[in-house]
Write a protein that binds this ligand. Structure first.
Ligand code: ARG
Length: 588
């Protein structure tokens, strides 16, 4: 569907042409002086040099040729040569009527749908999810949804960290605690039990305990390294334990992600990439990319234009063990084979940027990906506490995601009970829904690459640029619509009329920008643009609401038009928050 600005640019281009200038000067943008006009064309300024003419003269010629245009209610030359524009109320209402009928509310569907793999979440098996994993999940999920909305085939992969020393540590600790377990009996040849010898909470206690010991006790660490090695060789008892660890962890992770309204198409893991390593390494050696350096096998990835040193990419350590880098390269091999994606996007902490520079360069240089496959890294900033340091518990430990969510829900519950008349039973569920919005909006409203301060008080506020404020606006619309229906109103009736006052027009203008906003949010992988947009829409709606008697309007056609506008506003807001990964309750 055409954008409102496309219609305007068409008018402007033809006016430039009629006046004898190049039509390409007729570009139109949203005004940065909303006090003066709604839209603006700066083509006369741009053309002055080419035509050796004062810009105001060109602008005057163009404005004269807009005299018959139905699109504008105001077209005005302003010195030195700007063309200030206001859209006509009739045209705007017609545009919104078109939007009402469009399933995508004016956003275009990609003409050439791309296959995009998004690597996000990235939790590590057996270690509890902490706030560091929160951002990846929230941002990745939103980008996945936006990509699908604009018509791409997007595959979300959680890329579980299951291949590190943590497995050996857990096995070692278990062996110390329960040496009698059948998994440690080398002469055992029967079937291993199907029931895991631990629960998730035990597992979550075992890992930090083992990790702590390994830092103090070198012999223990060696034991864990050996166990990791044996596991990777496929020792049956250890493989059976690994399976238990995986099952128990994945069940728990799925529950946690479901609570966050985050879901993955693939539950692939680092270990899945391991079978691809030997051939990949062989190829890199054979083609002369990989060489021995102090016993390790490396590939050079520095480039002439580098301004800082990019160290070689290490494939194998001197003991032959593979690394995080090797796993990520092999995962690219696997993804190319399974999906042949146009793009692989990694949503990972920006502190891993160097790792991804090395991996991407190595993959490209050695031909793991072709030129038409894009590798992109969206490195996000750190979530800090009010002290400006990475978010911690009151005791200074790593904050578990579950506890963070519980804290927000409690705060939300208190605020809801304080402010509203919702019964207690509902308030608990409502607090969960609103709490999730508070967390996600608090995160997504910041540009992903920036650090931000996690401020429970601010995020849970019903006022200001917050998730709860947006939900409150949606709930307000729902409640007006409910009262309308209860009074016998028909939601299908009537049609949108032209705006009857300034705040209504402003709301209509905001709504008309949905399509361009979504397209640029996708192009720039920028969910924060959706947040900024719905904050504007909510403000515009609330001003309109305060200035307009909606349900007591006596003119039936006018009342129906208001209802149509409410419905459209609700659709725009609900579609937007769905793309951010949360939803609105019915009451608050
Ligand atoms: N598990 C890793 C971590 O916790 C993140 C994985 C990110 N994805 C990747 N393909 N390396 O740091």
């Amino acid at each position: 569907m055409k954008k409102l600005t496309d219609y305007m640019a068409e008018e402007l281009s033809s006016a430039f042409e009629k006046a004898g200038y190049d039509p390409s000067y007729g570009k139109v943008g949203v005004s940065n002086r909303p006090d003066l006009c709604e839209y603006q064309c700066n083509g006369a300024m741009a053309g002055a040099k080419a035509y050796k003419k004062a810009p105001f003269m060109i602008a005057d010629d163009v404005v004269a040729n807009l005299a018959d245009s139905k699109v504008f209610s105001m077209k005005e030359m302003v010195k030195p040569g700007f063309i200030n524009l206001k859209v006509s109320e009739e045209f705007l209402a017609d545009y919104l009527k078109e939007m009402e009928k469009d399933e995508k509310l004016g956003a275009d569907t990609a003409k050439e749908p791309k296959t995009i793999v998004i690597d996000y979440g990235g939790p590590n098996v057996a270690k509890p999810l902490h706030v560091g994993h929160l951002r990846s999940a929230i941002i990745g999920e939103s980008i996945k949804r936006i990509g699908r909305f604009v018509g791409h085939k997007v595959i979300g992969d959680v890329h579980l960290g299951d291949w590190g020393l943590q497995m050996g540590l857990i096995i070692t600790e278990l062996k110390h605690r329960q040496p009698e377990l059948v998994y440690f009996d080398d002469s055992f040849t029967g079937e291993y039990p199907t029931e895991a010898p631990f629960t998730i909470s035990e597992l979550e206690e075992i890992y930090p305990c083992a990790s702590g010991k390994s830092k103090e006790d070198e012999a223990y660490r060696q034991e864990a390294l050996e166990a990791t090695h044996l596991l990777q060789q496929g020792k049956p008892g250890y493989m059976a334990l690994w399976n238990h660890i995986m099952n128990v962890s994945v069940t728990d992770l799925k529950r946690n992600y479901a609570n966050l309204n985050v879901s993955f198409d693939l539950w692939k893991k680092e270990s899945d990439a391991q079978p691809y390593i030997p051939d990949m390494v062989e190829m890199m050696k054979e083609k002369g990319f990989a060489y021995q350096d102090q016993g390790a096998l490396v590939v050079d990835v520095k480039e002439d234009t580098d301004t800082k040193e990019i160290p070689p990419c290490m494939l194998l350590k001197s003991d032959g063990a593979s690394l995080y880098t090797t796993t990520d390269l092999a995962t690219i091999v696997e993804r190319m084979k399974l999906f042949h994606p146009d793009e692989i996007l990694y949503v990972v902490d920006k502190r891993q940027e160097l790792h991804f520079i090395q991996v991407f360069r190595c993959a490209r240089k050695t031909g793991l990906v072709e030129d038409d496959t894009k590798l992109s890294f969206l490195g996000f900033g750190t979530m800090n506490g009010k002290d400006g340091k990475p978010f911690k518990t009151r005791e200074g430990g790593v904050m578990r995601l579950e506890n963070l969510i519980a804290d927000i829900d409690e705060e939300m519950f208190n605020k809801i009970v304080e402010n509203r008349s919702v019964r207690d039973k509902d308030a608990k569920d409502t607090a969960k829904i609103v709490g999730l919005a508070a967390i996600k909006y608090g995160d997504l409203s910041n540009q992903a690459t920036k650090d931000y301060i996690f401020d429970v008080d601010r995020f849970t506020s019903f006022e200001g640029n917050t998730g709860p404020y947006i939900l409150y606006t949606i709930v307000r619309i729902k409640s007006i619509l409910n009262r309308y229906v209860e009074a016998g109103g028909n939601l299908e009736a009537g049609e949108l009329l032209k705006a009857s006052n300034g705040s209504e027009k402003n709301l209509m203008l905001q709504l008309s920008g949905f399509g361009s906003m979504i397209e640029s949010a996708f192009e720039e992988k920028a969910p924060h643009k959706i947040c900024a947009y719905i904050y504007e829409v909510s403000n515009a709606f609330n001003s309109f609401y305060h200035e307009t008697k909606i349900l007591s309007e006596e003119n039936q056609a006018q009342k129906e038009s208001y209802i149509r506008l409410l419905l459209l506003t609700k659709r725009v807001l609900e579609t937007s928050i769905d793309l951010l990964g949360f939803e609105a309750p019915d009451k608050m």
